[in-house]
Write a protein that binds this ligand. Structure first.
Ligand code: G1P
Ligand code: ZN
Length: 543
């Protein structure tokens, strides 16, 4: 067996987006496409001798092929040891956990997260660094620069590795350790949460449904919720990771998890419902008749964090992405801790967690997590809710209503205009940016504009600056309209419109969200001329 040097030429467009490189499977299947990107990763890592690298994915179509390619390229680059999830499976938070636990140099995550899978769906690849988190922009930019200047890649011609049997083999001198994908992760969860209290809750007949959406979190949820915590079989539905996610769109929101939402609104609703996405880092929390917004979930977890043993000493700080509602800010203020506002994407939380400045992080896009790993973590959020329910004896609805009564309610919604013409989307953003200087002081409907800007973030740890992170129109009462373009889509452009309004009065805490936000929606659409410019009369998805 030898190391081959294969001639190649650069592909355009291999710049990682919000979360790694995501493209159509067919694009990844072009000869040399995946190889080029992987070569660029290994070249940017420098000397790989003696290094351990973690590798796994969400099981989507092309996962196994990509794993074989990456293993063979890792061997060619002198990596000492690869830790690979059995069957090629590792959820994104599990990769982060394994990197940290085993002191690995980094990891490669194969996933396009919540984007659909299958031969006509999407695939993705992302590099995570030593802290277990997504590589920061300076590394992803260095990888991109390498992709543009490649003339060859190196790969071993050894036979494929058996990914299905746990144990260690060698590949051209490199150790390949196929590991149980759940073990390390489950052990970490057991240290953070009161498993005895949750077990007792299920023992008292508490009923739950966890929707794995045919994606990677099924085996984790089955092992922990049904296995360790004793929930009855059938608690986890759609629990097998399938190459096409069983046709599901594995994005846990009330639109895509319609079956679960209908169940939770029905006459025989269980006490608790939850779902996770393609690669297991997102979560949706549902009570009887109520879907908890991710922004509220972050705030409620923060307010009740000390109920979980792993957080009993209190939390150090909170970070949320800019478009996420400001509900968590109010909790931070009450706790006397800092709340940081970062650009969209989990990679911006890493420095704050590494520096010990924050414990909890969240995004409005169904992402919640903590410094236990450096990725958002779907099942962790679900277990946190189970812990809160068990320790407080309250229902989801009670926890949410009581939270609003104490802190006020931040009505919140996101409107996505998906797969619109990229030029029209760019023109919309440019026109908005041009208007920004004139907005402050204007009266728009019932609101007065306090600030119009394009969000710029200066990392408080390494002082790196990220600009053009979203157009904000902030009203004098704190209500907000935010526009940004998605960095994860693979078709045309997706315009995201985020809306937020604060309501202190408990008598007005149970309005319909879209009604509560309707005047902000009207303002957003008239300022941006979104409908005329994109030719869309309504958003594709409202969450
Ligand atoms: C989306 C979400 C963002 C999240 C990312 C990866 O990115 O909005 O919060 O971090 O997916 O899961 P976007 O498509 O908006 O760039
Ligand atoms: Zn995801």
């Amino acid at each position: 067996m030898t190391i081959q040097t294969v001639a190649t030429t650069p592909f355009a467009g291999q710049r990682p987006g919000t979360s790694g490189l995501r493209k159509k499977v067919t694009e990844f299947q072009q000869p040399g496409y995946l190889e080029n990107f992987v070569e660029a990763i290994f070249l940017s890592l420098g000397d790989c001798n003696g290094r351990t690298v973690v590798l796994g994915g969400d099981g989507r179509y092309f996962n196994r092929d990509a794993i074989q390619t990456i293993l063979h390229m890792a061997a060619a680059h002198g990596v000492a040891r690869m830790l690979v999830g059995q069957g090629g499976i590792l959820s994104t938070p599990a990769v982060s956990c394994v990197i940290r636990k085993h002191g690995a140099f980094g990891g490669i995550v194969l996933s396009a997260s919540h984007n659909p899978g299958g031969p006509d769906g999407d695939f993705g690849i992302k590099y995570n660094i030593e802290n277990g988190g997504p590589a920061p922009e300076k590394i992803t930019e260095a990888i991109f620069a390498r992709t543009q200047a490649l003339s060859s890649y190196r790969i071993s011609d050894a036979p494929p590795v058996n990914l299905d049997e746990i144990g260690t083999t060698t590949l051209d001198g490199m150790q390949v350790e196929v590991i149980d994908p759940v073990l390390d992760y489950a052990e970490l969860m057991g240290r953070l949460f009161d498993f005895d209290a949750i077990r007792a809750l299920f023992g008292r007949g508490f009923r739950m449904k966890f929707d794995g959406m045919g994606a990677v979190s099924g085996p984790y949820a089955k092992a922990i919720i049904e296995g360790v915590l004793g929930a009855p079989g059938g608690t986890v539905i759609n629990g097998e990771p399938l190459e096409d996610f069983g046709g599901h769109h594995p994005d846990p929101n009330p639109v895509n998890a319609a079956e679960l939402i209908a169940l939770m609104n029905g006459p025989d609703a269980p006490d608790f419902g939850a779902a996770s996405d393609g690669d297991g880092d997102r979560n949706m929390i549902v009570g009887r008749g109520i879907a908890v917004t991710p922004s509220d979930s972050l705030a409620i977890i923060a307010a009740n964090a000390t109920l979980a043993p792993g957080y009993a000493a209190g939390i150090k700080g909170i970070a949320r992405s800019m478009p996420t509602s400001m509900a968590a800010d109010r909790v931070a203020e009450a706790l006397g801790i800092a709340c940081y506002e970062t650009p969209t994407g989990w990679k911006y939380f890493g420095n704050l967690m590494d520096a010990g400045m924050v414990t909890l992080c969240g995004e409005e896009s169904y992402g919640t997590g903590s410094s236990h790993v450096r990725e958002k973590d779907g099942l962790w959020a679900v277990l946190f809710w189970l812990n809160m329910l068990a320790a407080s004896g309250k229902s989801v609805e009670q926890l949410v209503s009581e939270h609003w009564a104490r802190f006020g309610r931040n009505y919140y919604s996101r409107h996505d205009y998906e797969a619109v013409d990229a030029l029209a989307a760019d023109a919309t953003m440019t026109a908005l940016r041009d208007k920004l200087p004139t907005l402050a002081g204007q009266t728009l409907g019932e609101y007065r504009v306090a600030l119009g800007d394009d969000f710029v973030y200066t990392d408080p740890v390494d002082h790196s600056v990220a600009s053009r992170q979203g157009v904000r129109i902030i009203m004098t009462d704190g209500s907000r309209i935010v526009f940004r373009l998605s960095g994860t889509g693979t078709e045309g452009a997706t315009v995201r419109l985020y809306l937020e309004r604060y309501e202190a009065d408990p008598a007005r805490h149970h309005l319909d969200t879209q009604e509560a936000l309707s005047s902000l929606v009207a303002i957003a659409e008239s300022v941006s001329e979104l409908r005329q410019r994109t030719g869309r009369q309504q958003p594709s998805v409202v969450t």
